[in-house]
Design a protein around this ligand. Sequence first.
Ligand SMILES: Nc1nc2c(ncn2[C@@H]2O[C@H](COP(=O)(O)OP(=O)(O)OP(=O)(O)O)[C@@H](O)[C@H]2O)c(=O)[nH]1
Ligand SMILES: [Mg+2]
Length: 583
Amino acid sequence: MWVVATAGHVDHGKSTLVRALTGMEPDRWAEERRRGMTIDLGFAWTTLPSGATVAFVDVPGHERFVPNMLAGVGPVPAALIVVAADEGWMPQSAEHLAALHALGVRHGLLAVTRTDLADPGRALRQARAEIAATSLGEVAAVAVSGTTGAGLDELRFALDQLGAALPAPSTSAPVRLWVDRCFVVRGSGTVVTGTLGAGRLRVGDELEIAGSGERVRVRGLQSLGRTCSQVPAVARVALNLRGVAHQRLARGEALLSPGRFHRSDCVDIRLAGDPAADLPAQLTLHVGAAAVGVRVRPLGPDTVRLRLATALPLRVGDRALLRDPGRHRVSGGVTVLDVDPPPLRRRGAAAARAQLLAAMDGSPDFTGELRRRRLVQGARLARMGVPVQGTPLAGDWYVDPAHRDDMRARLAAEVARHQRENPLAAGLPVDTLCRLLGLPDRALLAPLVPAPLVLRDGRVGTPSPLPAGVLRAVERIRQDFAHAPFRAPESDLLTALGLGPREIAAAVRAGLLLRVAENVVLPPDAVEAAARVLAGLPQPFTLSAARRALDTSRRVAVPLLETLDRQGVTRRLPDDSRTLGGP
Ligand SMILES: Nc1nc2c(ncn2[C@@H]2O[C@H](COP(=O)(O)OP(=O)(O)OP(=O)(O)O)[C@@H](O)[C@H]2O)c(=O)[nH]1
Ligand SMILES: [Mg+2]
């Protein structure tokens, strides 16, 4: 299925043509039929000669109802422009075409109708020239009469060709369904309709209401009057929703795949049309089926910051249009460049921002986003419409390479400074570093620690952060250990060498000493060495047998054996003797 919206001046025969093509009544309201005028959107569909189904969104032509027209064409990428042969190109022909152009609609077809009343030649030439100058370019044209049916076969054929030229939608994309109608069906509850441009809807799906974030469930699904269990894009769909009163939904609201869209109340955009500086301060932004008031702040010649009265689920690259409801004209087409732009607080920030925006074109630019945002979660970028590439730094965090290098350098400098000021400290705590670097997640720190620094026990430091004096003192003790590995130096010697508790703790952390009790230090491998010596004793053995075998004093043997007990190397028996091996 594909969907086409009508467009054209009031009374030019849009609804008559849709009626003639489909046999369905696009003017749903009694008032519309009484006044012979479309007020709100109408929906109809038919099968074309190829077998394809085309759905029509029939729009009103009267200038008062242009907002309704925009809600209809907003989500539809193809247009059937209708011009009456007897009246030719008229103001709303032009306004509708300007809207299609502003929205960047590239696929269209011209029908010059009411040819039973006048020769189509002039209207045809006029309309083709106008259309050719827009995003639609050269379009096929058909002369028809909705009343006599002349030319309808040619029109069906041309519609088939238009449908075949449309780009294939992505059916795996997340759903963003702009609601164009919402009503209550007795016995079923809330029903909304819309044009599904991408993705797939299934009965049972959970969706998120863009405005409120509320979750709703799809209880039932219809497309073109038929009940379906699932509908792939492109399609006209009607959803029966569970869990929401119809008052919570209205035209312009959107139903979203949960968690997949960023909601913006501030966007930076590129404008095509009036120069940015000429825009009024207040305009209406039309996107999808939504229309919201915006405050306009020009940044560059064609770039603008918009503050939206209501947040919308916008993505980078979205097309929209700005309209001045007072002056009744389309001010310009909008391409969304940034849905989460930085605040402009400092002097000169707006000018700098304009310069950045000048280089952006609305196509998703992962590298550029990283450069601008420096550190960002992949899911967050995807919500903005920028798919991630490459590998994350940690978890789902992506970092700009230059920023990463900069953070590494700062980390190294902070650690070095800390080490200078606290030579015996084990390094800088991870939390302190996260704060200094502005890291939002502790998991980011480990991949930022540059060699030869190491992350150990929640701190980042050098592998051996010992000052030269302490290293020399430890070296002196270790020389003594070479002859008598279990003769711990006496307290006096430690004091004389300047090895206080802090120095000893640092040497232990650096893996240079083992401390078994206050002021009792041994070589770092003393546990394994003692186990080897004790294995040579008859088992079980007493404390004094161990002391003799280890060639040491009680001062050392007692805490050393207790250390061995704790590590399960030795086992203490009820009579205070020990054997090798744990319990
Ligand atoms: N003779 C003749 N009259 C037509 C033809 N098409 C439409 N009309 C008449 O033109 C008038 C307007 O037709 P609609 O189809 O309602 O026009 P519309 O473009 O849908 O108008 P809006 O929706 O209000 O913008 C009606 O009175 C139709 O009967 C045609 O091909 N021949
Ligand atoms: Mg009509």
